[in-house]
Design a protein around this ligand. Structure first.
Ligand code: WT7
Length: 635
């Protein structure tokens, strides 16, 4: 691939060119992909609508780039290696040839069941290779996939299916996560009561969990695949897509109550994920890349599936959790498969570090060459442990900052090429033009400064809209600061000009690398009949990064607090999913509000952090005495 620097000076030169001639820079990279017809124009854009179009007029299919083109020289090389939840079960390897055939078969299954270009397909599956197959099969026929993380509740699924107007669901009877069996089909059946748009459901048999199959609506994956095979449907002509046609929707939380469907398009997303993967990881042919993320989140989309496969890489995927059956599991996988590059999240690193170094006894880890971190700020202690105990001091660590909306990595060291500093995302990647702004939107120049992180020029992997509501996209990302994309993150540029993300500046929490909107959790809690009002804030949590702290006002003053707490957690699980359950629930008789009725979250945050000494000015509060009460009753 072009424009991949191999030393720092080269990075500086490439970066400079990417800013001075962005169109030329990206066109040079895009030229190395398989296009049926090249673009008429590299880029048209304005951030006020916003409207961003990359490679307009180009015709192609992303799966030809992820599969077909590798059949020439990599047909028998592994594309996906899958390690199941239970280490006693055999792993599975899909070569580019076998993955290609499975994708074509399933693409034909979808077609047989009435899916056509532009239809939305909801995928709610465990971390099994069939999930990758389902995703790529959608892309093959031009259907738009909307993958929903297996930890979301029926209600959350129903909201997402309705918002996308999905026609078909691909799911499984169940899924394994550590010691748990997740009853996926059961949850889907609950969701579908509210989803008239769904015509068919395809169910993979993963756990042999008894499920109810509805006649003419539900079909078994294996039966459908057998049928397609008997009909000889092992190839499937790729649908010709325009570069700006939608590839997928992925729902993510924001500062308002309702999750947004972030939309990515085919051409720009492919070029961006493939380039950033190759560049940041300095990927060399034959290396085994292990991203521990779940495909239900953007990291899995971009760096288990599209980025690696577009590079003809070997992508390792894992069904379980890092501490099952014991906290040595990840290291066993690294050793068993001789993984070259490991890409994981700070929360996993912290939990494995906390489990104790005895879990590293007897693990070799000498195959590792490069390490990555993603999803949340990494603290120095975890960074050092990762560096010393896992990388043995010889593996560069890339702390990659990016978002669901950015499609791919935006700021990160480049492995072994650019300098690193623990906890720093360091520099913008080529093609990424970042700036820091103050509250008024004025750019903050110089070093040793903090501000809100914005981006001033389009990059190919950026979101194009929020599904069904373009105005919301404009409002959320492009209206706070005119003509800039606002990330929602605060950022430091230190004395050396190195960047460090300081965390969200909006009402979004990052819990174990999962993005959770405070308003969403509040809405869920407020649905409980016993609750009058609630306020959610984040607080520092040793393993999760941030924990969820709930202040709750109940109707009655006489109730069993423990029971009520359990009830509230149940409600949040029902409405959103277990990922959003508060870690702490404190019952209060009131909330600190200004005279205009605004909750002073700043004060609640301080109390949750355990910092009562410096609560700031409380004189503007409607009832300042409530603060003392909350401090005294701290959970
Ligand atoms: C938010 C995006 C990137 C894919 C996974 C999360 C935080 C992400 C880092 C990092 C500090 C980070 C930001 C960002 N974040 N990576 N390396 N250092 N913070 O995607 O769910 O869209 O969340 O995660 O706050 O805005 P997401």
């Amino acid at each position: 691939m072009k424009n991949i620097p191999s030393d720092f000076q080269e990075y500086l030169a490439i970066y400079k060119q990417s800013v001075e001639q962005p169109e030329l820079f990206w066109e040079t990279i895009a030229n190395d992909f398989v296009w049926r017809k090249k673009w008429d124009k590299v880029l048209t854009w304005n951030f006020s609508e916003p409207s961003v179009k990359w490679f307009e007029g180009a015709k192609f299919n992303i799966t030809e780039n992820c599969l077909d083109r590798h059949l020439i020289d990599k047909a028998d090389q592994a594309a996906i290696i899958w390690e199941p939840n239970n280490p006693n079960d055999a792993h599975k390897t899909y070569t580019y040839q076998s993955l290609y055939t499975q994708v074509c078969l399933f693409a034909n299954v979808l077609k047989n069941r009435g899916v056509v270009k532009g239809d939305r397909v909801c995928i709610y599956m465990p971390m099994v290779p069939e999930l990758v197959i389902a995703v790529l099969a959608c892309a093959r026929i031009g259907a738009i996939h909307s993958v929903i993380f297996g930890g979301f509740s029926a209600q959350s699924i129903a909201d997402r299916i309705q918002d996308a107007g999905a026609k078909i669901v691909v799911t499984a009877d169940g899924g394994y996560r550590g010691t748990k069996d997740i009853p996926l089909k059961f949850v889907i059946d609950d969701a579908l009561v509210q989803c008239p748009s769904i015509e068919k459901v395809i169910v993979l048999n993963r756990t042999n969990t008894p499920v109810s199959m509805i006649k003419d609506r539900d079909f078994w994956w294996h039966e459908e695949m057998e049928m397609a095979e008997e009909m000889g449907l092992t190839t499937c002509d790729p649908e010709l897509m325009d570069a700006e046609d939608m590839l997928f929707i992925l729902y993510t939380s924001g500062s308002t109550g309702k999750p947004k469907g972030v939309v990515h398009t085919c051409g720009g997303y492919m070029v961006y994920t493939a380039y950033t993967f190759n560049n940041v990881m300095q990927y060399k042919p034959g290396e085994k890349f292990f991203c521990t993320a779940d495909i239900g989140w953007i990291t899995g989309h971009s760096y288990i599936i599209y980025g690696p496969l577009a590079n003809g890489a070997i992508s390792m995927m894992f069904e379980g959790v890092p501490n099952f059956p014991d906290p040595g599991r990840m290291w066993d996988i690294v050793d068993k498969h001789e993984i070259d590059i490991l890409y994981t999240a700070p929360t996993a690193i912290r939990s494995l570090m906390a489990a104790g170094n005895q879990w590293l006894d007897g693990k070799d880890l000498s195959s590792l060459k490069k390490l990555g971190s993603v999803g949340e700020p990494i603290n120095e202690e975890a960074w050092n442990w990762y560096n010393e105990k896992i990388g043995k001091g010889k593996c560069p660590i890339v702390d990659t900052w990016w978002q669901t909306e950015t499609g791919g990595m935006m700021m990160s060291p480049i492995a072994g090429v650019t300098p690193v500093k623990p906890g720093y995302a360091m520099f913008p990647l080529p093609g990424v033009q970042v700036l820091l702004v103050d509250e008024k939107g004025e750019e903050i120049h110089g070093n040793g400064v903090k501000g809100n992180l914005c981006i001033k020029f389009p990059w190919p992997g950026m979101l194009r809209t929020t599904y069904g509501d373009h105005e919301r996209c404009r409002q959320t990302y492009f209206s706070t600061y005119p003509n800039l994309y606002f990330t929602g993150d605060g950022c430091l540029r230190d004395e050396d000009g190195y960047y460090r993300i300081t965390g969200r500046v909006d009402d979004v929490l990052n819990v174990s690398g999962h993005r959770i909107g405070t308003a969403e959790v509040e809405n869920a809690i407020n649905m409980h009949t016993g609750v009058v009002e609630s306020a959610i804030v984040g607080y520092p949590h040793e393993i999760k990064g941030q924990g969820i702290y709930a202040y709750v006002i109940c109707h009655s003053t006489h109730f069993d607090e423990d029971l009520m707490r359990q009830d509230i957690l149940q409600t949040v699980s029902r409405i959103i999913g277990a990922v959003a359950k508060p870690d702490k629930v404190q019952f209060v008789s009131g909330l600190p509000k200004t005279r205009s009725g605004k909750i002073m979250r700043r004060i609640l945050r301080k109390i949750a952090e355990g910092d009562n000494t410096n609560l700031g000015d409380t004189s503007t509060l409607l009832d300042p005495s409530i603060v003392d009460e909350i401090v005294k009753g701290k959970y």
